[in-house]
Write a protein that binds this ligand. Structure first.
Ligand SMILES: Cc1cc2nc3c(=O)[nH]c(=O)nc-3n(C[C@H](O)[C@H](O)[C@H](O)COP(=O)(O)OP(=O)(O)OC[C@H]3O[C@@H](n4cnc5c(N)ncnc54)[C@H](O)[C@@H]3O)c2cc1C
Length: 307
């Protein structure tokens, strides 16, 4: 076990973590960022981003993630590809345990581990990679000229369903209510799109197929009527769940497992901050994640200075 004492350890390399890294590097803190899978976070699986300022024509999620990463690297942020497995937190010393078995210590921590897509728990696990997907950008091209089901009614479900229509013959967009939650501009585009058919007031109850998805079963929540859609794929966008396994009970969370913070992004442990999708916040977007991270990085800098 090696121990290096950092001013700040950032957990997660999505928009929030990279922004915190940009601020901490410019403040010349002794900082390191740990990322478990791929820097960029959820942004790199988003097709197109048009609500993040600075890109008047929009930008692909992949390009935006890469730009954020390059900006952080150019400012000298050290990034290590390692997952954090657990934390030991006290007011004076924080220990961060890593996948490799190594541990590091820090005066402050910013938790920016984001969130992962929620599942439906209707047996879709067996069809992961065999028709079930959470990422249109990654998997959309595999469904060229096929029929797919998409599930959800928020921004992500509608935006990604529109993207799917570049490839597929038809998208059945199944939503449990009779109206969408998505931004009006996305709704207008979806309603104009001939390839999208809405299946209102309905939930997916299961799926079948010999080797891959062939049938998606749905139930109308108002009439209880059961029906089946013949489809080769099922894209699921019904919300997110926070990536907090490694946090265990060391920080206070809300009933859904998102980490509680105050307006300075301070958690229940002094010197530990939570930012972006992993924290309790009314809006989970890139713009809010980077805003949280800027606040937390400056707060962490002041905290370390004050020790
Ligand atoms: C398909 C899709 C489309 C979207 N479209 C838009 C859009 O158009 N506009 C918009 O504003 N937002 C959009 N969003 C939401 C936006 O991507 C998120 O709000 C944003 O990425 C949150 O940033 P974050 O840094 O908090 O978390 P994330 O992006 O989730 O990044 C967290 C990072 O932490 C890493 N991590 C997790 N656990 C650990 C660990 N134990 N150790 C180390 N690293 C760890 C993860 O691998 C990940 O890279 C979209 C999301 C999706 C899925």
């Amino acid at each position: 076990m090696s121990q290096t004492d950092y001013d700040l350890v950032i957990i997660g390399g999505g928009p929030a973590g990279l922004t915190a890294g940009i601020y901490a590097s410019r403040a010349r803190m002794k900082v390191i960022l740990y990322e478990k899978t791929a820097p960029g976070g959820q942004v790199i699986i988003s097709d197109w981003i048009e609500n993040y300022p600075g890109f008047p024509d929009g930008i692909s999620g992949y390009d935006l993630g890469e730009k954020m990463l390059n900006q952080a690297k150019n400012l000298g942020l050290p990034i290590e590809m390692e997952g954090v497995t657990s934390l030991e937190l006290s007011q004076t010393q924080k220990v961060i345990h890593l996948d490799s078995g190594k541990s590091v210590s820090a005066k402050s921590i910013i938790v920016a581990s984001g969130a992962s897509p929620k599942t439906l728990n209707v047996g879709e696990d067996k069809f992961r990679g065999k028709g079930v997907s959470f990422c249109a950008t990654c998997d959309g091209p595999f469904f060229r000229d096929k029929t797919v089901v998409a599930v959800g009614g928020g921004d992500t479900a509608v935006q990604e369903s529109i993207f799917l229509t570049r490839f597929v013959k038809k998208v059945y967009l199944v939503h449990r209510r009779d109206e969408l939650r998505a931004a009006k501009i996305l709704q207008e585009r979806a309603f104009r799109n001939d390839k999208i058919e809405f299946v209102w007031d309905s939930v997916v109850t299961g799926m079948d197929g010999l080797f891959a998805v062939e049938d998606v079963h749905i139930r109308n929540v108002k009439t209880d009527e059961i029906s089946t859609i013949k489809a080769n794929g099922c894209f699921i966008w019904v919300g997110i769940t926070p990536n907090t396994d490694f946090v265990q009970d060391s920080l206070e969370k809300d009933e859904w497992g998102f980490i509680h913070t105050n307006g300075r992004m301070e958690t229940s442990v002094p010197g530990v901050y939570a930012v972006g999708d992993v924290r309790t916040t009314p809006l989970k977007q890139i713009a809010t994640a980077v805003g949280d991270a800027a606040i937390a990085a400056v707060a962490a800098e002041h905290y370390v200075e004050g020790l």
